[in-house]
Write a protein of this length. Structure first.
Length: 101
């Protein structure tokens, strides 16, 4: 698929809202060649999308899990190769309904 990038979707379960999770995730993203977003879900989880080279995205996810392990009880992920959806890495301020898993 021409123009496709590796895309990771992750849902973090645990004490992940109200603890700076999204802010720290954006700070971590600055150390990687990834684009995407992080967002609170209405059900108390945090949703993350990251795009880029597969190894870079996987290393970013590992850094998030390592850095924030005290808040995370479970992580569910989905991956695919897809068109790029993001130009940078941002926090989405809106709380959205469940997007999967």
């Amino acid at each position: 698929m021409e123009g496709a990038v590796f895309r990771l979707q992750a849902w973090f379960v645990g004490h992940v809202q109200g603890v700076g999770f999204r802010y720290q995730t954006v700070q971590l993203a600055q150390g990687f060649s990834v684009t995407g977003m992080v967002q609170n879900l209405a059900d108390g989880r945090v949703y993350l999308e990251a795009e880029g080279a597969e190894a870079e995205v996987q290393a970013f996810l590992e850094a998030v899990q390592t850095t924030l392990k005290g808040f995370i009880r479970e992580v569910q992920t989905r991956t695919a190769f897809d068109a790029r959806h993001h130009a940078g890495f941002t926090i989405s301020r809106a709380v959205i309904p469940d997007k999967g898993f």
